[in-house]
Structures are given as C-alpha cells and as structure tokens.
Ligand binder design. Structure first.
Ligand SMILES: [Zn+2]
Length: 279
C-alpha cells in the first residue's frame, strides 16, 4: 500500500493529464467498506500528494448512493490530513457563464441525504458553521488570483441530491434569489464526512452550464433547430480547476491546522438516561 509515503495533501480530482505528467503511481487503499483502487500517489512540485480519481468506486450510481464515507476513510488511512475537493457544478446566476470558476466559502444543504451510523460507535453531529478550512481556502484563493481567468471567491454552494435529476427552473430562481452561486450534488456529504474525520477540507468548482443555456437548448428542441450540445465539454471546464490545483501545489506552504482537527463534538458518554433511573 503506502509504505513510507505520507501524502501532505489529498485531492479528489479527475485529471488524466496530471497523473501522466507527474508519473503518479496507482495504489489501492483499504477501508472498512472495502478497497479503493482509484488512488494515485507521487510528488507534484515536491509536495507528496494522493489523488483520488473521482467519487465513484467502480459502481454507477446516483449521487445519493455514492459512498462518501469510503472515500474519506481512504484519505484518512493514507495519513493525509488535508483534502481538496474539485467539482463540476451547475450555474444559478444567469450573469455567470459556463466555465466560471469558484473557490467555495460556505454551503447550503438542500438534500435529504443521510448517513448510516453504526450504533456501537458514539454519535456526534459535525460542527459545520464554517465548513471549509480557512488556511487551505486562503492558499487556494492565492493560487486562483494568478489564473488568466477570473475566479469567484467565497462562493456559496447549494447541495441538492436529485432523484436523479438536475434542478428545475423554479429551484434555480429560488437559489438565485437567495444569493447562492452554484449547485451540485456531492460537496455537502463530502465536506461533512471530512469534518467528522477532523480533516482540513477546501473546495474549488467549475460551472458546466448556466440557466439561460439550458433554456436555449430546450427552446431549440421545441423549434426543432439542430443545435450542438449547449455545454462546454466537461474536460475543458475541468482544466481550469486543475490549473488552480497545480498553482496551489507549486506555491504550497505547509502548515499545521489548529482548528479543523479540534472541530469535533465527540460525545463519548451518551446515555439514554442517568444510571440512577434504572431501578
Ligand atoms: Zn484546517
């Protein structure tokens, strides 16, 4: 498995180019849910990294069935204490075109996702007032400012697990009225699992569509006008978040986070009621 290699940063990212360019080696990391085979390790600009290739462990499932806990456990078992999630998201604000890039500042959980909790382990709710690590996010923002394209910082991501489906117009209008920036289906369970495991977590996202693009496409179907796909390819969108990650690694300054590792609300003494009430 990992032997003497201890990753400083784990990144959930699908980039064949990065794996090839930096000669990353595929390994398998075992977890209590079974092995995770899509792990790649190596050095990028002298930083030891673990890249996890996306969120699907072999199976094809809707987002509500993704095993987020398994991915986070693989990160934890690798010894990495810091994790960056990269996301392809939907647009909310009609003024933001497809291809817009974001560093996340906070999130809204609009899904009814849940977690299976082993009742033999003490339960606690994650402290998520600030869902992203401030230091890790700052370093991502600094890298973003060196990009040849604009990056919106402090973006609000609303997380919604479809049936599976993407959002209705009414939902997007509502999200836009709230001032939220982007919508996706995976950041919230992932961020929460990272926090439950005391990892520093931060996220970057790229917008694959926008509401007016979706409306135009449907309009072209109604009018029977042949129109090529309204979305920029996922691959070319992803190149932007990959660029930020590479700049981030180039400039990375190691740090010990005193906050995320302590931000847990462990309740090891949970009782149904006090012992004296038993007889
Ligand atoms: Zn932190």
């Amino acid at each position: 498995m990992l032997k003497d290699f201890k990753p400083e940063i784990a990144i959930i990212m699908r980039s064949d180019e990065v794996i090839e360019k930096f000669g990353l080696k595929r390994i398998t990391i075992n977890t209590s849910f079974g092995p995770v085979h899509r792990c790649f390790i190596g050095y990028i600009y002298e930083v030891p990294v673990l890249i996890i290739y996306g969120r699907f462990n072999g199976e094809k499932v809707p987002s509500s069935q993704i095993n987020f806990e398994q991915t986070i456990e693989a990160v934890k078992n690798s010894g990495a204490k810091k994790l960056i999630g990269t996301f392809v998201v939907g647009g909310i604000n009609p003024n933001m075109p497809q291809g817009s890039v974001y560093v996340l500042g906070n999130l809204i959980g609009a899904g009814n996702y849940n977690i299976y909790w082993n009742q033999n382990t003490p339960f606690h709710n994650a402290e998520m007032y600030e869902p992203f690590c401030a230091e890790l996010t700052d370093q991502l923002c600094e890298a973003s400012r060196k990009m040849p394209f604009k990056v919106k910082e402090n973006a609000i991501y609303v997380c919604f697990n479809g049936y599976p489906r993407i959002e209705t117009k009414a939902e997007l209008d509502f999200y836009n009225k709230q001032g939220w920036d982007i919508v996706g289906q995976t950041c919230d369970p992932e961020a929460t699992c990272a926090r439950l495991n005391q990892l520093c977590y931060a996220a970057v996202a790229v917008q694959i569509d926008d509401p007016s693009g979706r409306a135009d496409y449907i309009d072209s179907l109604k009018k029977d006008i042949a129109k090529s796909a309204y979305v920029e390819s996922i691959k070319s969108c992803r190149e932007r978040t990959t660029k930020i990650i590479l700049q981030f690694l180039k400039d990375y300054k190691t740090y010990n986070c005193e906050i995320c590792s302590k931000m847990s609300r462990k309740n090891n003494n949970f009782r149904e009621f006090p012992d004296s009430f038993y007889d």
